[in-house]
Design a protein around this ligand. Structure first.
Ligand SMILES: NC(=O)c1ccc[n+]([C@@H]2O[C@H](COP(=O)([O-])OP(=O)(O)OC[C@H]3O[C@@H](n4cnc5c(N)ncnc54)[C@H](OP(=O)(O)O)[C@@H]3O)[C@@H](O)[C@H]2O)c1
Length: 248
């Protein structure tokens, strides 16, 4: 069964000093992106995997937190020949850059991620960059430290990625990364797939972790489309900003 609602499909306006960002996550019907043990989420259907691959094929870079990399050990590549062909037609390389965010730089070199044929960047602090100096695992190590030193300066980081030619980013989680980028108002769109299971657990991660937002200042969303494929719901949201509200 398939059902689709498209509420508002206005063209997306690309920001000019940073990449356009789209969060892509699958969650349980009770809003968890993994179980309480933070094991890798494998509950999405083949239709959701196709959707994820399409989103990845549409961008210049894929960004995710070290927690996500530690959970999965590897990343998702574009594999479908027609998607790779479409990238060539747009004069894009076959694979988007895979950008890992880690303040500590503490990432196991034995992970299969480092043997995957993809370009790899590390976004980190000066402390986190030290173990990767003069090493070949990452093609670029980008140091972009906030004044607290244990965090990334996100605005600066996205400006650097933009200057490196990355115009569109897919943000693949986890909840900590999404929370930090939302707090800095750096998220433009979200794709959330609701999957038919209940994970429960107070400590199971959700699409947005961190300290949370008070309702009055919580980021507002506009529904772009909603699609049902068998038992999953694919929700596409756009971040609604004050400028959007003032033009209504
Ligand atoms: N269902 C889905 O679609 C989906 C997708 C992705 C992930 N997941 C699940 O999500 C879980 C992982 O999510 P998570 O929230 O625990 O971790 P995460 O957001 O992937 O990564 C957290 C790590 O990212 C780094 N980090 C986060 N914010 C930072 C900042 N502001 N500055 C610098 N570094 C920062 C830190 O790395 P360091 O500790 O190295 O400093 C932190 O430990 C896993 O269970 C995974 O299965 C599910």
């Amino acid at each position: 069964m398939s059902f689709q609602l498209i509420a508002n499909d206005r063209a997306m306006i690309l920001p000019n000093n940073r990449p356009h960002t789209t969060v892509v996550l699958a969650m349980s019907a009770d809003g968890k992106i993994a179980d309480q043990g933070r094991s890798p989420a494998r509950f999405a259907s083949p239709a959701d995997k196709d959707h994820l691959e399409e989103q990845i094929a549409a961008v210049d870079g894929v960004l995710f937190g070290a927690g996500t990399l530690r959970a999965y050990g590897s990343t998702i590549r574009v594999l479908k020949p027609q998607l790779i062909q479409q990238r060539y037609q747009k004069l894009l390389p076959p694979q988007p850059v895979q950008i890992v965010v880690s303040a500590s730089g503490n990432i196991d070199r034995q992970l299969s991620f480092f043997r995957q044929p993809v370009p790899r960047y590390l976004l980190t602090t000066s402390h986190g960059a030290k173990p990767w100096q003069n090493k070949t695992e990452f093609d670029q190590v980008i140091v972009c430290q906030a004044s607290t030193k244990s965090k990334i300066n996100w605005i600066n980081a996205l400006e650097i990625l933009s200057a490196m030619g990355l115009k569109r980013l897919a943000v693949l989680g986890g909840g900590e990364i999404v929370a930090a980028m939302l707090a800095a108002d750096l998220i433009d769109e979200l794709w959330l797939t609701i999957c038919p299971l209940l994970l429960g657990g107070n400590n199971a991660p959700t699409p947005v972790g961190g300290e949370g937002f008070r309702e009055i200042v919580a980021p507002r969303l506009e529904l772009v489309s909603a699609k049902v494929i068998v038992s999953e719901v694919f929700l596409h949201y756009r971040r609604q900003r004050e400028d959007d509200l003032s033009t209504l």
